[in-house]
Design a protein around this ligand. Structure first.
Ligand code: PMP
Length: 304
């Protein structure tokens, strides 16, 4: 990742990609106290468009607030950094990564006087799941790792440290032959995937866990709204893993994962064992929208 052409926005300046470095005593590197976003720009008929940039930047600032990190830029500056990255790196489509982190002025948990830095990088990252996954669905295993409890790592913050739990769960799932992990909360109810929110469909109704132990996903919110606009009922409620076993359809949502069908959970085939019809409909509405092919919600697209 470090050895490539292009520029990265770091603290308000454009730095050559290979020179965008930090010191090894960078505080966030040691204690995982930092916040970030995963944002995506899609190729549209009118050039690249960033999907729901405002919502991602709002969540970034909320995450920083939860961790009491003061971002030394305003939201307009951060939004502008995103559009600049697309333009300067001449990207037709991109994954964008804003990161807010502490500097290297001091070490230890009691460190004070730490500066807060912000970086925004962008690169072409076509598919997170394999292209077949979007069509055929993926195999998921319930994780032996519990998802964060609200009083351990606050779940409304997309914080760097919270992804250790995600990586442990994902690596366990992958090494067990699955494609993704499903994490339960500390009471045993379904929370989310390692980097996705999750939905099930039963008798034409969509269900998704309440936000207690999962991230307030922007794709979740998008699918929620798009489904309701098409007349589907969407319910937020506590869900158990066996409700997924007997669901008609299930899928993950996320900026990287987009709308990924789940065909199997813990060796149980879900529905027909392939992408279900409602999942397919919502997936296609989502793709048309992010790719600027739809007249709906054009306000969600930012053209750099
Ligand atoms: N949960 C977790 C743990 C995530 O990392 C992500 C990806 N940001 C999501 C859910 C989905 O959020 P979004 O739709 O905003 O990408």
């Amino acid at each position: 990742m470090a050895d490539r052409d292009g520029v990265i926005w770091l603290d308000g300046e454009l730095i050559p990609w290979r020179d965008a470095k930090v010191h090894v005593l960078t505080h966030t590197l040691h204690y995982g106290m930092g916040v970030f976003e995963g944002v995506r720009a899609y190729e549209t008929g009118s050039g690249p468009a960033i999907f729901r940039l405002k919502e991602h930047t709002d969540r970034l600032f909320n995450s920083a607030k939860i961790l009491s990190m003061k971002v030394p830029f305003d939201k307009d500056q951060i939004n502008e950094a995103h559009t600049t990255m697309i333009r300067e790196n001449k990207l037709p489509h991109a994954y964008l990564r804003p990161l807010v982190f502490y500097g290297s002025e001091a070490m230890g948990l009691r460190a004070n006087g730490l500066t807060v830095h912000v970086a925004v990088a962008a690169w072409e990252w076509p598919s997170y799941m394999s292209p077949e996954a979007l069509e055929l669905g993926i195999k998921v295993r319930t994780s032996s790792y519990t998802r964060h409890h609200v009083n351990i790592t606050m779940c409304k913050a997309k914080s760097t440290g919270s992804y250790m739990n995600s990586m442990l769960a994902l690596n366990e799932a992958l090494s067990g032959g699955a494609d993704e992990a499903l994490l339960l909360d500390n009471e045993g109810y379904v929370a989310e995937g390692s980097g996705e929110n999750v939905f099930l469909i039963r008798d034409g109704v969509l269900y998704t866990p309440e936000l207690t132990s999962c991230l307030d996903g922007i794709t979740r919110k998008t699918i929620f709204q798009l489904a309701e606009e098409r007349g589907y009922k969407v319910r937020e409620k506590r869900l158990t893993r066996d409700e997924f076993y007997i669901a008609d359809e299930a899928f993950f949502t996320g900026t990287a994962a987009e709308v990924t069908p789940i065909r199997e959970l813990d060796g149980r085939i879900i529905g027909e064992g392939k992408r279900g019809p409602i999942t397919e409909e919502l997936q296609s509405v989502y793709f048309d929208l992010v790719r600027g092919k739809s007249e709906e919600h054009r306000e969600w697209l930012t053209y750099p």
